[in-house]
Design a protein around this ligand. Structure first.
Ligand code: RFL
Ligand code: PHB
Length: 395
């Protein structure tokens, strides 16, 4: 097989890249190691920066988002006895949108397949070869067990944190900077109307808790748990008790409902650089991951992919090397800003381990910081600008 751009991974990065390339008249083939059903059912992010919505709108994949997504103009930060709202619009003139990554993925798969996009589902043994030559290839075994080779002009590694693309770049030229946090998030999706108008991020001595949502009838909630905790230890009753205790506030109560899904996700900050090697370009989680507290992962993926789509279009259609040569450095600038913000939010809101000798001191520092962040207009603006992405560079 021959194509212009071979894309590894059919998550938000790979799907959006194929859409952007198609709009520039460039053909691509996607290979994905999971089934279509699995990818469509995967539950992940929920918050999209206003700039991310602009990109999805510009490339024609945001019609349902505009009909069913919810605009949020603020957020609540909470600690025992206090819940304070930061108004994004007042602080920086921007908002975010709440619309599930699951829905974005569904919309993009439908749009791409209706346009005839070739996607190989359930492939195995994906490998990227000759990426540092003029003839890069993606090899894989298709769902019927046939060995396949895609010869391409360029390869986009959009295969997430556990993919093969990043490791294709020789270790000798790759640098990794990371932090593994001593806690994880237990997330549930529940069939119950949200008990709040805005997202709540709460610090409590028992651990962080958060209330997000997907629609008027479906809520998404998270609890800080130990990184080695087992979901089997968490009955629905224990989860709802934990959420109610950690988000308790006089005059407010948390409504519970049937749990549709529950899982535990470890938390890590991770950046691998560079994001390009020869004709292989990395985008999204394949190159970097952030802890979910800043709601940045999907937004970084959208930003990378717009930058990469424009760079490849400029090279393929106009013969210009400028944007592909700058891709890695330009993308990493936003990656580091979002990595810092996610680390800052995470550090402010997660309780240190019970055996941390500095626990009491650190908890007091977090309370003081939350107080300060929600008191000063300058601090509120810092949070609002970063959370909504107002200060982050969009390509
Ligand atoms: P994905 O979504 O992981 O997609 C990669 C795709 O590649 C496939 N793949 C392979 N295909 C072929 N061959 C191989 N060898 C392959 N290996 C893997 C995978 O099956 C998959 O389909 O990466 P992508 O596209 O870069 O998208 C990144 C986002 O998914 C991620 O950053 C966000 O979900 C992070 N995130 C959040 N981001 C936000 O912006 N806002 C949020 O509110 C937010 N909340 C979250 C989150 C992530 C979470 N989890 C579960 C990690 C909340 C949670 C709990
Ligand atoms: C979500 O809705 O899943 C969500 C929202 C905000 C976050 C993380 C996850 O920071």
């Amino acid at each position: 097989m021959r194509t212009q751009v071979a894309i590894v991974g059919s998550g938000p990065s790979g799907l959006l890249l194929s859409q952007i390339l198609a709009q520039h008249g460039i053909e691509s083939v996607i290979v994905e190691n999971r089934s279509r059903e699995y990818v469509l059912a995967r539950i992940r992010a929920g918050v999209i920066e206003h700039g991310g919505v602009d990109v999805l709108t510009e490339y024609g994949v945001a019609d349902r988002l505009h009909r069913e997504g919810q605009r949020h103009d603020g957020v609540y930060l909470q600690w025992p006895g206090e819940r304070r709202r930061i108004d994004f619009v007042e602080s920086c003139g921007h908002s975010v949108w709440v619309y599930g990554q699951t829905e974005i993925t569904k919309d993009m798969i439908e749009i791409r397949q209706a346009a005839g996009q070739q996607i190989f589902w359930e492939v195995s043994d994906t490998a990227i070869v000759d990426a540092d030559t003029d003839r890069p290839k993606v090899t894989f075994v298709d769902a019927d067990g046939n060995a396949q080779v895609i010869e391409a002009d360029y390869v986009a590694g959009c295969d997430g944190f556990h993919g093969v693309s990043r490791e294709t770049i020789p270790a000798s030229i790759r640098s990794v900077r990371q932090r593994i946090y001593p806690y994880a998030w237990l997330g549930i999706l529940a069939e119950v109307a949200p008990s709040t108008d805005e997202l709540i991020y709460a610090l409590h001595p028992d651990g962080f808790a958060m209330h997000s949502m997907r629609s008027e009838k479906v809520s998404r909630l998270y609890l800080q748990v130990a990184p080695d905790d087992d979901i089997a230890n968490w009955s629905d009753d224990r989860i709802w008790d934990g959420l109610s205790t950690r988000m308790a506030l006089d005059g407010w109560s948390l409504a519970s409902g049937p749990t549709l899904e529950k899982s535990i996700t470890p938390m890590r900050s991770f950046v691998s650089a560079p994001m390009r090697w020869g004709r292989l370009f990395l985008a999204g989680d394949a190159s970097h991951i952030v802890p979910p507290t800043g709601a940045k992962g999907l937004n970084l993926a959208i930003a990378d992919v717009k930058r990469l789509g424009l760079a490849l279009a400029s090279k393929i259609n106009d013969g210009s090397d400028d944007l592909i040569d700058r891709y890695s450095d330009d993308a990493l600038e936003r990656v580091w800003q979002s990595t810092h913000f996610s680390w800052w939010m995470t550090s402010m809101l997660h309780v240190p381990a019970a055996d941390d000798p500095d626990r009491d001191f650190l908890l007091q520092m977090q309370l003081t910081q939350l107080h300060n962040v929600t008191s000063s207009p300058t601090s509120m603006r810092y949070l609002a600008e970063n959370y909504t992405g107002a200060v982050l560079p969009w390509p």
